[in-house]
Design a protein around this ligand. Structure first.
Ligand code: SIN
Length: 282
């Protein structure tokens, strides 16, 4: 514990932890420090790690049980809870999620599930020299800073999150997008979540958004819903609430899905490879 050090990254959220080796079993005090620091800072960056898939699962369990991912064609053999994120193609097909050169889709992991995800852990194995950053937005500070008028408008609103809608929109931009199978579609019916939610551990309010997965706000017509969502998105993704993580191999970034959202950034797959592994705890 003596070498454990935490330094803040950006003005409203995010911190870097140094002085730990996550490939080794963690003392209870260290585990508790990581869990508490995530609650306080919402995004944690831990560099220079060498993690096996077993280590990744073990560290994920500090926060709960990692979820088995529905797109099983991208999970790691023997580790259905670890999903591959990559722009590498083999035999003409992507080996992972977020394979497009122009990836950009702000979201909270697994918001298409009825129960919301808690924490994600993304570990980098191959990092591009250019592009492919993951950008995080502080949906908690952004909610705190909403005008009283906007708060009154969004408090109590609910939005429809739809994986099917997301895939339709992505296919319109990228005809090469691999569609959901019929079985996968049947597993992800649309769900309704509040637009403003309270964190179960910190009690803080945050905005739950997603620029492509939300079909609309319940009770508003399409134009009104789109107008309000665009206004909120513009606010939450303004520079003061965003931390952009430039990846190096060996980075582990842990984020609280109940207090942030994130997006991949464009990366040219003809010039740069990107390979990461993600777990998500519900
Ligand atoms: C994710 O959304 O979990 C992955 C983000 C990324 O590929 O940068």
């Amino acid at each position: 514990m003596s070498r454990y050090r935490i330094d803040r990254l950006a003005s409203t959220f995010g911190a870097r932890i140094s002085g730990i080796d996550l490939s080794r079993p963690l003392e209870n005090s260290l585990s508790a420090a990581i869990v508490n620091d995530l609650l306080e800072h919402r995004v944690l960056v831990i560099r220079d790690q060498t993690l096996s898939h077993e280590d990744h699962i073990r560290v994920s369990r500090l926060f709960g049980e990692p979820e088995v991912h529905i797109q099983d064609q991208y999970t790691v053999p023997g580790f259905p809870q670890i999903v591959t994120i990559s722009n590498i193609h083999r035999n003409g097909a992507p080996i992972g999620l977020y394979d497009g050169d122009n990836e950009q889709e702000w979201h909270t992991d697994l918001s298409f599930r009825p129960a919301m995800s808690a924490v994600s852990l993304l570990y980098s194995v191959i990092a591009p020299e250019e592009g492919g950053e993951t950008r995080f937005a502080d949906t908690t500070a952004a909610y705190d800073d909403l005008s009283a008028e906007l708060r009154a408008r969004v408090d109590g609103c609910e939005a429809v999150h739809s994986m099917v809608h997301l895939f339709e929109r992505q296919a319109a931009d990228n005809p090469a997008k691999v569609p959901l199978t019929e079985v996968q579609r049947a597993q992800v019916p649309d769900v309704v979540h509040p637009l403003v939610r309270e964190h179960p551990q910190t009690g803080r309010q945050s905005l739950l958004l997603g620029d492509m997965i939300i079909r609309g706000i319940v009770g508003l017509d399409q134009a009104e819903s789109a107008g309000l969502l665009d206004q909120l998105h513009e606010h939450v993704t303004s520079e003061e609430y965003v931390y952009s993580h430039r990846w190096a191999a060996g980075d582990l970034v842990i984020w609280d899905n109940r207090a942030t959202m994130h997006t991949a950034s464009p990366c040219d797959h003809t010039r740069h490879q990107r390979l990461l592994y993600r777990t998500t705890v519900m």
